[in-house]
Design a protein around this ligand. Structure first.
Ligand code: WT7
Length: 651
């Protein structure tokens, strides 16, 4: 049962010391030191002291962070590592992340604080106090229960960027159901595969969402996907755009109708969860094959994102936090939905595109809503930079005090533009490296750490990262190698849903005892890490993680295509763009029209972000003797670079 030890204090500083961050020594390269203003106010003042403490006492550090949250029952062990790599954080503890996000604030002053300020692309505004958000989550949790959803059941959430996506996620977690959010920019094949794999009985969606002045027809995609998914019994539809959608009787229900029913009471008991019970699954692409369902749990995940958001973005009562990601990706799960509520922050959410109707949309929102911290992706910065300084300069951006970036390496030009034009040279930029799998920021500064444009600086408290060669030996300074993580952390994935063997194989087998990130990186003389990029079959398009396998299977599903390969090549705004190579079936011949048709085909099946930049028709693809496509060779050829070791090439 929920205990009475409600902790609603603004998170307490980890350690207060006056000295700056142990970085009095001269650093090499292009370095940005924090201003005295930032240093004086920062929650984490002595970075080095905390890092040292966490390095010596990993369990002690995380126990201290965990104690700032509420638990129905305390843990027996901070970390049970008896069954590696199935690490169990806070083993034996009972909690529910939603208790810490919402319940514990009720009957305190926090219930009157704004939890969420939301703006739709057409300009409509909605706000939720902690009180109102809690009530709506309770109501929807009761609706889900009435639909037969029980602890452990999976619910697929396929929504635009509207408050109900957070409400649906929180309602699931509250009753112990496992949400599986599918990004609203994905299309029918991607959605169908994820519904099928998770065996969801309930899908929550909307009649559409606004993006670039147009309606994204989510409901139609759900209809097409669900037709082929026998497990789905119920589809709940939020009315967002009011345009007409087909409602199938006995299967489809309007959210607003259900929320008016007597069962949808504003009170709902929060399910007591084991700290290691699953909270959600989130599909992501990796090396070959189907996307994998990354599983996160209630306890450790909650502690990890609470600690990182509090310390890295230094959230305070007066802040207005804007994480401009989509809730459908891990950034949104951790730092739009759960993290801000765990620290009791006011979080801003905007539905639409940054450049609609004009390229000043974001800057005008920052001015109007007094945003103090903006967290976005390099691709967005580069996209907005293209329109020139006059757009941001038209707005008062003086409310900003911190900036953040995530998703792909940020090029120093974009970093400097962000720092100068948006941050007016007074806002430190938190370049946070992490992954769907890590759940929380991993390599990141805190506000007082001296910054180097393009580097995420050093691992967060309690973490260690190494750069190793193929044999697992550490590489020398400034030399590229594989990035691996050598100590467990609380928000780590607990497994791949229903595929523990793949979890071990994928992440822990290449270098036993070390977590393989799939990234390459180097470390400089100051111990700063520089991420270079993925070394597997992942393509990062505008920061979105896509697998070559899914794109290739969308291409091959077209009747004209016999075989296909997809690769990522550098792109000025998107970071990487997709290039594909197709071998046609007999009876089909190459033409610009067919290339365009194939591009559209992938867009319709996978989603617009997966649409290749270019489709090239080829007679042959470079393959290994065992038949694996050598994407590395394709990439080198496309860029006119040396092809490297081709001893396994079949041709
Ligand atoms: C991959 C993970 C975790 C939030 C969004 C992405 C790349 C992520 C950075 C950064 C350089 C970055 C890596 C990583 N990445 N953040 N700050 N600097 N690269 O999550 O979709 O799971 O992708 O994104 O390649 O492995 P994701």
């Amino acid at each position: 049962m929920p205990n009475d030890q409600v902790n609603v204090k603004t998170p307490s500083p980890v350690k207060e010391q006056t000295q700056t961050d142990g970085h009095d020594q001269q650093l090499s390269g292009d370095v940005y030191y924090p201003s005295p203003d930032v240093t004086q106010q920062a929650r984490v003042k002595d970075w080095q002291a905390i890092a040292d403490f966490a390095a010596q006492d990993l369990r002690g550090y995380w126990a201290k962070e965990a104690e700032e949250l509420s638990w129905f029952q305390k843990w027996d062990e901070v970390l049970d590592d008896s069954d590696k790599p199935f690490f169990k954080w806070f083993a034996g503890a009972k909690t529910n992340i939603v208790y810490n996000c919402l319940d514990r604030y009720q009957k305190t002053g926090v219930q009157n604080k704004l939890a969420m300020v939301w703006v739709g692309e057409p300009g409509d505004v909605r706000t939720y106090s902690y009180y109102a958000l809690n009530r709506e989550v309770n109501q929807f949790a009761n609706v889900l229960k009435a639909m037969g959803v029980k602890k452990g059941d999976r619910v697929t959430v396929y929504m635009p960027r509207i408050p109900e996506i957070a409400i649906a996620m929180l309602a699931c977690a509250k009753i112990g159901a496992i949400h599986s959010v599918v990004y609203g920019g994905f299309s029918v094949d991607a959605l169908q595969g994820r519904i099928e794999d998770s065996e969801s009985r309930v899908v929550v969606t909307a009649d559409g969402g606004w993006m670039n002045g147009k309606i994204v027809e989510l409901k139609k995609t759900v209809d097409d996907a669900v037709r082929r998914c026998p497990t789905v019994e119920t589809v709940i539809v939020v009315r967002r755009t009011h345009h007409e959608v087909k409602m199938e009787s006995g299967r489809d229900y309007w959210y607003h109708d259900l929320m008016k029913l007597p069962v949808a009471s504003g009170k709902c008991q929060t399910e007591v969860m084991d700290a290691n019970d699953p909270l959600y699954i989130l599909y992501t692409s990796g090396t070959t094959g189907k996307p994998k369902a990354i599983q996160h749990v209630h306890g450790g995940y909650m502690v990890g994102i609470y600690s990182t958001l509090k310390n890295v973005f230094d959230l305070r009562d007066e802040d207005r936090w804007w994480c401009a990601a989509d809730p459908g990706w891990v950034t949104g799960h951790s730092y739009i939905v759960y993290g801000p509520l765990l620290v009791g922050a006011t979080s801003f959410m905007y539905e639409g595109a940054p450049t609609y109707p004009y390229p000043n949309r974001w800057w005008s929102l920052i001015e109007k809503y007094g945003i103090t911290i903006l967290y976005t992706a390099p691709t967005a910065i580069r996209g907005l930079m293209r329109f020139g300084e006059s757009w941001p300069n038209r707005h008062d951006l003086s409310s900003l005090r911190l900036l953040g970036t995530v998703g792909e390496p940020i090029n120093p030009e974009a970093w400097k533009w962000y720092h100068r034009v948006i941050g007016k040279e007074k806002c430190p930029i938190m370049d946070t490296w992490w992954q769907t799998e890590t759940g929380m920021f991993m390599i990141t500064p805190t506000p007082t750490v001296p910054l180097k444009p393009g580097s995420g600086t050093r691992p967060y408290f309690g973490l260690t990262a190494e750069i190793v060669d193929d044999q697992g030996n550490p590489t020398p300074t400034d030399e590229e190698g594989y990035l691996v993580l050598t100590r467990p952390w609380p928000a780590m994935l607990s497994t791949i849903y229903r595929d523990p063997e793949r979890y071990v194989r994928q992440y822990w087998s290449k270098y036993p005892g070390k977590y393989m990130t799939g990234d390459s990186a180097k470390r400089d003389v100051d111990g700063y890490y520089w991420i270079i990029g993925r070394v597997d079959d992942v393509i990062k398009v505008s920061g979105y993680r896509l697998g070559t396998a899914e794109i290739e299977s969308a291409l091959v599903s077209h009747p004209a295509v016999a075989e296909a390969a997809a690769i990522g090549l550098p792109h000025e705004i998107k970071g990487q763009a997709i290039y594909s190579y197709c071998i046609l079936r007999a009876g089909h011949s190459p033409s610009p029209e067919l290339a365009e048709e194939l591009r559209q085909h992938v867009g319709q099946h996978m989603g617009p972000i997966a649409r290749p930049e270019q489709v090239t028709f080829v007679e042959k693809l470079p393959k290994t003797r065992s038949g694996k496509i050598m994407r590395r060779v394709l990439k080198a050829r496309a860029q006119g670079l040396p092809e490297g070791d081709v001893t396994t090439l079949e041709e």
